[in-house]
Design a protein around this ligand. Sequence first.
Ligand code: FPP
Length: 240
Amino acid sequence: MQTKSDKMSNLPRHISIIMDGNGRWASDRGLPRSFGHREGMNRVVDIVEHASKIGVEYLSLYAFSTENWKRPAEEVNALMELLVIYIRNQLNRLHKNGVIINIMGDIDALPNTPKREIIKAVEKTENNKGMTLNLGINYGGRNEIINACKKLYMEIEDNDRSIESIEESDLEKYLYTSSQPDPDLLIRPGAEKRISNFMIYQLAYTEFYFTDILWPDFKAGNLDEAIEEYMRRKRRFGGI
Ligand code: FPP
């Protein structure tokens, strides 16, 4: 595995992960689904640490989608609680490692405790210089684009700009990932082959890596395997 000390590395700068399979991991063991999410949280700890250590600059994790509210209240509550536990247990360590926490999604709709902890984490880490950890929480890609369009529309109205002058960069500055490079690699564990409304604008030229491994079984070595496969691919961005 190449690391940040390897100057020739074509390590992906930005990796996105759809963390899928927690429920099945638990059901396979006759456990409640929340046990799968808890084990999934442990993998978040491992993968964030590993990605930061090997020199990934941006890591985007899909933790809770705008559609996940449809799950039973008990499961939604368990996920909210895990977010709080993750931040309370990991914030000092993340901060020490220079990680910047950036939220993708509308956290205003969250219960008070997770909302408060998330805001604290963002504020504490905002001036760090290490890996940016984008956490998708109450996040939906279509929603992100609509919100960006609304903000761009206001800007155009306020500045009396012509519609013809609008470029991609005008919209991109209103995405949650403004000023970040697009993901180079999307990883989806859990055997499904779809993107589930995750970063649908930013994934335009991203390389996809699907694996049957369930997220609670996804170890640092599996991240390395995905990165190694990515490094063997030829990216053409529509060229030849
Ligand atoms: C999808 O698996 C996973 C989720 C909806 C939640 C992901 C959350 C975590 C990994 C833990 C908390 C996150 C952080 C950042 C602390 P699923 O439940 O849809 O699995 P299934 O397809 O097997 O049912």
